[in-house]
Design a binder for this molecule. Sequence first.
Ligand code: DCP
Ligand code: MG
Length: 241
Amino acid sequence: ENVQGEIGMEHVTFGYLENQPVLKDISLHAKKGQKIAFVGSTGAGKTTITNLLNRFYEIWEGKITIDGVDIRENGLESLRENIALVLQDTHLFTGTVMENIRYGRLDAADEEVIAAAKTANADAFIRRLQNGYDTVLEGDGANLSQGQRQLLNIARAALSKAPVLVMDEATSSVDTITERQIQEGMDALMKDRTTFVIAHRLSTIRNSDMIMVLEHGRIIERGTHTELLQRQGRYYELYTG
Ligand code: DCP
Ligand code: MG
């Protein structure tokens, strides 16, 4: 199986409750390796789009495809293999740092795990922990800072070989050094993968191939950063506001 990671959404409509659509007629196409960013007010439907791509819920209408194949046709297992996730809430378990990063790639040698941590910019802080990579994390990484947990999530995704990456950027109020580390880690991660990124800091998505502006479940504007600024619409408002 050689998945390229092209993503298509055609006229997707969905809601969590009957007769209450949250996404309405969403259509988009991401070529292999492209970075698509989603912006818009809270509750606009950004996370819902990624929930549907991951098949956490079933759509009401329309179709979502990877490499042209409806995601309902292949099993969830293949979907999980093809999509790496960096979500707002971290999913760390009680175990060592090494085990937490290796999660999902049990075949990975220690060296590979460390290389992924380096890619994610997590290696330096891990080495400063009491027992380095053998440090045991409390449930959900309670003994780490928010930024450190995020870096571990990024390391885990860096270890994954999935051609598609979904990132729901944390709104976190981490310090600027950690923020820069997170940004560098995410940039390294996106390289060569088709990426859906939900951005809370618009500065981080200026270089996207396409920015989608969502409002009340619809894409109201789409284009590159430059195009959307020229348009002086909603994105311009969000960016300059
Ligand atoms: N919603 C719901 N049930 C859920 C999740 C969301 O009813 N399990 C509703 C809340 C919003 C709408 O769906 O009205 C869209 O929610 P999203 O989480 O997709 O919104 P965003 O991700 O755009 O918002 P935020 O920026 O706050 O993360
Ligand atoms: Mg969200």
